[in-house]
Design a protein around this ligand. Structure first.
Ligand SMILES: Cc1ncc(COP(=O)(O)O)c(C=O)c1O
Length: 393
């Protein structure tokens, strides 16, 4: 066949995507082994029934047609109200644009702010798709590592040191995947000041904002930031709708109006009945409190169950759907640790190194399992850690 574009081949240049332990765990589970999957960030429960029924009603009511490119008006209104709550800034429908999931919102935000050869700073540990998203825009990026010892709160001086004359944007994620760190107001204020001083865009991935036990701060609410912040949002986590592919960007009205051109050449608008169901879910908050309570409860349960475990240190783990464990005292190579844990105890976790060097030496535990399974996983981890320690001794 004729060759593909360099742009396409460049999105995942190594061919390795960091999900190897996860896929192997999944294969073993499918083959009948008693594997506990703690590697993936997808709910273990279905979308709330009210949302499903709203979708069925919308299908029956004839919502089968093209919709407005920036999103069905009812959905944009509902998203604007959600953005007002998420960001603390009064938001109008003209300041939001619908995307198929948070991932496309990320893609669109990067396409919207960076030209080929422009530079961005990405704070790590980061969500695994970030590097590829910049490569898809042929943009350069520098990874700045938030340190485990700081609870994975980024330091502005490290971000400043990474800026170049052609830097146009900084990408942050709070509550954070993979670390569960919820960035403090102070840390966000420092980053905001830097963005204003250097006239940069701030791309703020806030898809876990409902899972922060009320501590989420959006940098969009900080002085001078609404005009230079693009907030990436999604209904995947907050409303239990990962497979529905509904997300949105909140930003300055002029930028949102321009982003319409990207919807024109990519999605040409989203599925009408899905948008109606999403609007109903946002208007009524279907599932939001239940999901937040579930993850807050699981986080506490799991952390209590591993409390006092020698040589394993909890880092971040304040919000979102994950717990981050520092295993360096047992094994500096977290990929090796994750493979050995899978082999010995049939538990699949993500090596932190899949999310950048900053998370190397850690494992990410997904809380997307019922309480009993999480408790069983905690006891397997306890057993594994003590046998690992005695083998090393
Ligand atoms: C930090 C972060 N941003 C964006 C996304 C993408 O969200 P969506 O499922 O809506 O595409 C995810 C998904 O796991 C994520 O963890």
């Amino acid at each position: 066949m004729p060759g593909p574009s360099r742009r396409l081949s460049g999105i995942l240049p190594s061919g390795k995507d960091g999900w190897e332990v996860h896929f192997e765990a999944m294969n073993r589970k499918r083959a009948g082994q008693p594997i506990i999957m703690l590697s993936v960030g997808d709910h273990d429960f279905d979308t709330p029934n009210e949302t499903v029924e709203a979708c069925v009603a919308a299908v029956r009511a004839g919502h089968h047609h093209y919709t407005e490119l920036p999103g069905a008006p009812r959905l944009r209104e509902a998203m604007a109200r959600a953005s007002t709550r998420c960001t603390g800034v009064e938001t109008s429908a003209a300041e939001v644009i619908v995307t198929p999931g948070g991932q496309l919102a990320l893609y669109a935000a990067v396409q919207a702010t960076l030209d080929k050869g422009d530079h961005a700073v990405v704070v790590a540990p980061y969500y695994a798709t970030y590097p590829g998203t910049f490569r898809a825009a042929e943009a350069e990026f520098t990874v700045v590592e938030a340190q485990a010892a700081d609870g994975f709160q980024p330091r502005v001086e490290a971000v400043r040191a990474a800026l170049r004359p052609n830097t146009r944007a900084i990408l942050i994620n709070t509550p954070n995947n993979p670390t569960g760190a919820v960035y403090s107001r102070e840390c966000l204020e420092d980053i905001a000041k830097l963005c204003i001083e250097r006239d940069l865009w701030l791309l703020s991935d806030e898809v876990y904002w409902t899972l922060a036990q009320g501590h989420h701060v959006s940098p969009r609410c900080l002085s001078g930031m609404a005009e230079r912040t693009l907030v990436i949002n999604s209904m995947s986590k907050s409303h239990g709708m990962t497979g529905w592919r509904i997300g949105w960007i909140t930003g300055p009205q002029d930028m949102i109006a321009l982003l319409l051109s990207l919807n024109l050449v990519t999605t040409y608008g989203l599925t009408d009945f899905v948008q109606q169901a999403a609007a109903a879910a946002l208007e009524n908050g279907y599932g939001v409190d239940m999901i937040a309570d579930t993850y807050n409860g699981r986080r506490k349960l799991f952390l209590d169950a591993i409390r006092g475990l020698n040589d394993i240190v909890v880092r971040g783990s304040e919000g979102g759907m994950y717990v981050m464990l520092d295993v360096r005292a047992l094994e500096p190579n977290c990929e090796k640790f994750a493979w050995a844990f899978l082999d010995a105890e049939n538990v699949g976790v993500m090596p932190g190194s899949s999310f950048g060097d900053a998370a190397a030496g850690h494992i990410r535990i997904s809380l997307c399992q019922p309480d009993g399974v999480l408790l069983e996983a905690a006891s397997r981890l306890r057993r594994f850690a003590s046998s690992y320690r005695s083998k090393a001794a």
